[in-house]
Write a protein that binds this ligand. Structure first.
Ligand code: ADP
Ligand code: MG
Length: 337
């Protein structure tokens, strides 16, 4: 007999596409905080995020009467029509994260908007509302996710060691912290602060804070823009190449992504300047008109597709070539911006 799955089962299935390990939860929560206009975000995890993840922001907050709604699948405040899909400016838009996370863990949402007197706490366990109470809290949102996959044993087994899971999260938060240099981002692992950026808008300074002076030394600045695209980046002089591509970080419109076109553009840009098997360091922040890129390729939003591949590749490669030729120094960002 054919029947429609009940909501709980459907949500658990859908959750599998969005939430496959602690990293995906951290990613979705931090992206929500950024979309909410936060200027301060703290991420805390324990045991690689398996037992505890907390993301706190000072963003817009969620109105109390919409709290339960936020946890329904396809519930979003970010888009309305399918037309909106062609020019997405927010990191989220699918309305799947909170429902997916809540389906496979115990979640507590604590939030307060600017125009409400008190905040509230809403607890949802395995997709079911457990408790809702008023509570005093600062403006913004905190989401605590505990006991990930407690009700999906198959997934629970697939999580790796605490250190593997935490390394992925540290790696991701490091990357996002570079791009969002105007947001103070703090990362705490098992009670220890790993880093805290200053929120003053200086990406290069964040490379030094998040990685190290050794990584920052030997970088050149690249910048190029035209009407519909812009590249800003930090790339290594050809004499400081690496044996792998781990130091190549690509961003498109503020998303941390993997992208073959940008990868190829880096290779084109360095043609004949590097020995075989050596790779440059490249932190590339690429901005493109939202109509020229499709971000809705996969639920995890880790990839994008450019409508004009070759143009993008040439533009980036050219910017890198000019940067290498001119050996531009890294501009100093003064004060907060
Ligand atoms: P999406 O981000 O795709 O809209 P989510 O499931 O991640 O979907 O979130 C659902 C909605 O909950 C968001 O559209 C937003 O309105 C609200 N929301 C989630 N997290 C936050 C937050 N940290 N601050 C303010 N609003 C939030
Ligand atoms: Mg979201």
């Amino acid at each position: 007999m054919i029947r429609i799955l009940d909501k709980n089962v459907a949500d658990k299935i859908a959750a599998g596409e969005v939430v496959d390990r602690p990293l995906s939860i951290v990613k979705e929560l931090v992206e929500n905080s950024i979309d909410a206009g936060a200027t301060n975000i703290t991420v805390e995890m324990r045991n690689g995020g398996k037992t505890y993840i907390r993301v706190t922001d000072n963003g817009s907050g969620i109105p109390e009467d919409q709290a339960e709604l936020a946890f329904l699948r396809h519930a979003t405040s970010k888009i309305v029509t399918d037309e909106d899909l062609s020019h997405i400016l927010t990191l989220g838009f699918r309305g799947e994260a909170l429902s997916s996370i809540a389906a496979v863990s115990r979640v507590e949402l604590i939030s307060k908007t600017a125009d409400s007197k008190t905040g509230f706490s809403l607890k949802i366990h395995g997709g079911e509302v457990f408790e809702k109470v008023a509570t005093g809290c600062p403006e913004g949102t905190t989401i605590i996710v505990s006991d990930l996959f407690y009700n999906t044993p198959a997934r629970l087994k697939f999580m790796k060691s605490d250190s593997t899971e935490s390394t992925l999260i540290i790696d991701f938060i490091s990357r996002i912290a570079l791009a969002y240099a105007h947001i103070k981002i703090r990362l705490i692992n098992n009670g220890t602060i790993l880093f805290s950026t200053n929120g003053k808008g200086d990406k290069y300074n964040n490379i030094l804070t998040v990685y190290s002076k050794a990584v920052g030394d030997g970088l050149l600045y690249v910048y190029s823009e035209r009407e519909d695209m812009r590249l800003e980046g930090y790339i290594s002089r050809p004499d400081v190449s690496k044996t792998n591509k781990k130091q190549q970080l690509f961003y498109v419109n503020g998303r941390v992504i993997n992208n073959r076109i940008m990868d190829l553009a880096v290779q084109d840009g360095y043609t004949e300047r590097l020995f075989e098997g050596r790779y440059p360091v490249a932190y590339l922040f690429f901005t493109i008109q939202p109509e020229l890129v499709d971000v809705n390729i996969h639920p995890n939003k880790k990839e994008v597709r450019f409508h004009r591949d070759l143009e993008v590749r040439n533009f980036i490669a050219q910017a890198i070539k000019s940067g290498l030729l001119s050996q531009q120094a890294i501009p100093q960002v003064k004060g907060g911006q």
